[in-house]
Design a protein around this ligand. Structure first.
Ligand code: SF4
Length: 893
């Protein structure tokens, strides 16, 4: 590997799939920039992508194979896995074992894992965490188009005159796409944006219309839109006649269920005039893109919601042409690649179906695998239920953490504990899954991996290594190949390098494919190592007829169903499975935040990313807060029929009354009692198997521990077990948010025991007020602040950002010492507030003061003065919110 050459690779986080340029200097220091030539991002990176350089160290990595917690040689560990799987299959049959894999895997890793399980073990029991984020879109695409195909491309978002975002907080979850949308709106003032989401999110800052619909009522809304389009003669009958089946029954059902705007308003909890505006805009705007994400997919009727959206695009013929079409934004970096190789338990490889005998023959012949699985395997939620029931006896989890991310996660943990044999292959050491693993296999991390990923617009890009594999860590494809060989399938797994796997995958896509399957990259099948290495980002299909890839599909009205026609589906709006009741009167909605990714194994390491939101919070509407006596900034307890969690209350009107939002990122590693999925109901869409992560009935109450506190220290501390705890890694410090149900007898003694690493000559500053239960202390070394601890009987504690600032001082001035002991900053300017711009650490208070004092009205003015928003731009929607709030205050004065 050339240590100083620039490497072109791809961001490992969301489904936008941005190109990244890595440069290393002669000392090995890595710098990360957006790739100006990558067609997904043209040089931009969001906050997460920009901070990638902070996540690539070897600290916290799993670097050696382990059996029962003890280091083992590779041979020993691989033989143990192969033997245990072989013995289990011999005794209990192929369906007694399973793989649970991940959208973090590269396509080549995914391909061999699927080939081993379905082709040679002979079971369909391989499923993926992509089941949790986009399997409803897969089901919707297959039902409508005959194949899992996203018809459009990112450019359509720039060419549209109307963009409808449904259940998508793109500003936080697909930031670079959102940036492209915002830029397009600036260049084309006629472009309108509609956000359809129960929650008012950062995305709404760009929206001309926000429809805060009742959770789960999307099918009603789109059925109503279809009725409206028919009534107003806005359907494309020529397209319907030649290219679509199922129109009459679909329209009939739509008219029967949603005959009028008042009916839609009633079903969706919206005002009639806002619905009328949306319907009019949609009816009159030919160039319309409807994009959706997890808010649509993660539902017990997610597949129907997807088809309800596709229905209106088919009815208007707005599909596969510039600036128009239905568009699913995928959550993970390689969710799409996993779909291509059959990573879901109900698929075969290369977009073929397990329940299609012709497809079965093709794959069986190609792999020379007569024992190829004949029936679909278990989907994620069912899979862990089958483990709990004792049906699955050996499980291999690759690059994901079901002990945090699956619904009803406490039941999942019990299932893992009961499983006879659990293998975990991961690049991370300290995950919540560690406790359940019998064998652990060290895998490569981003920066070391070599392979391909496919983004939301079907674009295949290379992930290229720029770091050497550390110690004994190995590629995932190598692990699977070695196990396959040891299980006796060596002939079918001859791979020595990753491009050989890619070639086979590309060959299979064209095998016996006379144009029946849209997924076809057969032109790439003859790649040699060099061609593979220099592969430029390209959208599939890539064939002799389409050598430069394909931006759009279905524009000619030819779909992948055998008769070439798309299908509209008659849909009955359905309520979520578990309704609120007296005992559990609120709806829990879970999701992502701007600067964290999944279970924070990588982003939690980045001090920059930990600044924006650094602890689990529950967003609650003021009406509900008043009803349940919850105070802003205090801790609250959320409880469902499946479990409980604690979180900091954030009260605000962005939430719909009756709904509570809780981010899903915090694991036991970073917080105690904060698992969002402990609450989430294990209900799934019956067609796609995707869990209903956006709708669980809950109740909330104030959580009133005996004490609240926090500790900030330059060094990580082994904090005693407390009732609630959050660990945050900052730039040069560690912050621990704490709360306890019983207070120690003497806080000074507790503090001296808790803060480790004191030296003789260190200075203690103490303040104790036993009457009201307040305590604060600071440890200084030669005048430099080393640690500070603040305890209070209430949640009202000093601003952390002010104290964190004191850690940058080489020696604390007298003024700071006094304010430290007084527990408040000497002046308001010392507290810049919660960080909004992570790139330049610009806080909320600083921004608010500057907006007020200088009268700024645009993010550009703020950027020129404070630099906020001038790097990755991820905070611009929040800057717009602050500007809007300020202008409202000025207007109302
Ligand atoms: Fe990575 Fe951000 Fe691009 Fe997503 S939008 S791929 S997280 S840089």
């Amino acid at each position: 590997m050339n240590e100083t050459a620039t490497v072109r690779t791809t961001c490992p986080y969301c489904g936008v799939g941005c190109g990244v340029l890595i440069a290393r200097d002669a000392h090995g220091a890595v710098s990360v920039q957006g790739d100006p030539e990558h067609p997904a991002n043209f040089g931009r990176l969001c906050s997460k992508g920009s901070a990638l350089g902070e996540t690539i160290g070897h600290e916290g990595r799993l670097l050696h194979p382990e059996i029962l917690g003890a280091s083992a040689a590779w041979d020993e560990a691989l033989n143990e896995v192969a033997n245990r799987f072989r013995r289990t299959i011999a005794r209990h049959g192929p369906d007694s074992v399973a793989f649970y894999v991940s959208g973090q895997l590269l396509t080549e890793d995914y391909y061999v894992a699927n080939k081993l399980m379905k082709g040679f073990i002979g079971s369909g029991n391989i499923d993926t965490n992509s089941r949790l984020c986009m399997s409803s879109s897969v089901a919707g695409h297959k039902r409508a188009f005959g194949e899992d195909v996203v018809p459009g491309c990112y450019e359509d978002l720039e060419q549209a005159d109307l963009i409808v975002l449904v259940g998508s907080n793109a500003a936080w979850c697909h930031p670079i796409l959102f940036h492209r949308i915002a830029k397009a709106k600036k260049q084309n003032p006629a472009l309108r944006i509609v956000s359809i989401d129960p929650r008012r999110t950062a995305t709404c800052e760009q929206a001309d219309l926000h429809l805060s619909l009742k959770p789960g009522s999307d099918v009603a809304l789109f059925n109503g839109l279809l009725t409206y389009l028919r009534r107003n003669d806005r359907l494309n009958f020529a397209f319907l006649e030649h290219h679509v089946r199922g129109f009459s029954s679909t329209l009939e059902q739509a008219q029967a269920t949603m005959p009028s705007i008042p009916a839609v308003a009633d079903a969706c909890g919206l005002k009639e005039d806002e619905i009328a505006t949306f319907f009019q805009w949609f009816a009159r705007t030919e160039k319309t893109v409807t994009a959706w994400s997890q808010g649509v997919n993660q539902s017990s009727s997610g597949s129907d919601k997807v088809n309800a959206i596709i229905n209106v695009h088919l009815a208007t013929g707005r599909i596969g042409k510039p600036g128009m079409g239905p568009f699913s934004f995928t959550g993970q970096p390689n969710a799409m690649g996993g779909r291509e190789v059959g990573g879901l338990s109900n698929q075969l490889a290369a977009h073929m179906e397990l329940d299609n005998p012709g497809h079965w023959q093709i794959v069986s012949r190609f792999w020379k695998a007569p024992q190829l699985a004949r029936k679909p395997g278990l989907k994620a939620v069912e899979l862990f239920q089958a483990i709990a029931a004792g049906h699955i006896k050996a499980l291999w989890v690759m690059a994901t953490n079901p002990a945090v991310s699956l619904p009803d996660v406490k039941a999942v943990r019990r299932a893992l504990k009961s499983c006879e044999f659990v293998v975990v292959s991961d690049c991370e050491d300290e995950t919540d899954l560690k406790a359940y693993a019998h064998v652990r296999l060290p895998a490569l991390a981003w920066g070391e991996k070599d392979g391909t990923v496919t983004n939301s617009e079907r674009r295949i890009s290379r992930q290229r290594p720029f770091l050497n594999p550390p110690q004994e860590a190995k590629p995932d494809w190598w692990l699977v190949t070695e196990i396959a060989r040891r299980m006796g399938y060596g002939e079918a797994f001859p791979y020595r390098s990753v491009y050989e796997i890619f070639r086979e995958h590309a060959r299979l896509s064209g095998f016996c494919n006379e144009g029946q399957r849209v997924f076809d990259i057969s032109l790439l099948a003859e790649f040699d190592a060099r061609a593979y290495d220099t592969l430029q980002p390209i959208q599939w299909p890539v064939t002799d007829r389409r050598p430069y890839g394909t931006a759009r599909l279905f524009g000619d009205g030819r779909f992948a169903h055998p008769d070439g026609k798309a299908r509209m589906l008659a849909l009955q709006p359905k309520a979520p499975v578990n309704a609120v009741d007296e005992a559990y009167p609120l709806i829990l909605n879970t999701g992502r935040i701007r600067d964290q990714w999944h279970t924070m194994t990588r982003t939690g390491r980045s001090p920059r990313l930990n600044q924006h939101i650094n602890e689990p919070y529950a967003e609650i509407h003021p009406i509900d807060a008043a009803r349940f006596a919850i105070q802003n900034g205090a801790l609250c307890r959320l409880e469902s029929r499946w479990g409980e969690a604690l979180a900091r209350a954030r009260i605000g009107e962005d939430q719909r009354p009756g709904s509570v939002f809780l981010p899903m990122h915090w694991s036991d590693r970073y917080a105690k009692r904060a698992l969002a999925n402990a609450l989430v109901n294990p209900v799934a869409d019956p067609i796609s198997g995707e869990p209903e992560s956006k709708h669980t009935p809950i109740r909330i109450e104030a959580y009133q521990p005996a004490w609240h506190g926090f500790l900030i220290s330059r060094k990580p501390q082994d904090v005693p077990d407390t009732s609630w705890r959050v660990t945050v890694r900052g730039d040069g410090y560690w912050l621990y948010e704490l709360a306890g149900e019983a207070a120690p007898e003497h806080w000074p003694i507790w503090a001296r025991r808790t803060i480790a690493g004191q030296l003789e000559g260190d200075e203690w500053l103490d303040f104790v007020d036993p009457a009201i239960g307040r305590y604060r202390c600071a440890l200084l070394r030669q005048g430099r602040l080393m640690s500070c601890l603040f305890i209070s009987p209430t949640h009202e504690l000093p601003p952390r950002n002010w104290l964190v600032g004191l850690f940058t001082e080489a020696e604390l001035p007298v003024k700071s010492r006094m304010s430290l002991l007084a527990g408040r900053p000497a002046s308001a300017e010392d507290d810049q507030g919660r960080i909004v711009c992570a790139c330049f650490s610009v806080g909320l208070n600083t921004l608010t003061r500057a907006i007020r004092a200088e009268g700024y009205t645009t993010p550009e003015q703020i950027g020129a003065a404070l630099r906020a928003g001038t790097n990755c731009g991820s905070c611009i929607p929040e800057l717009q919110t602050l500007l809007a709030a300020s202008s409202m205050k000025v207007t109302s004065r």
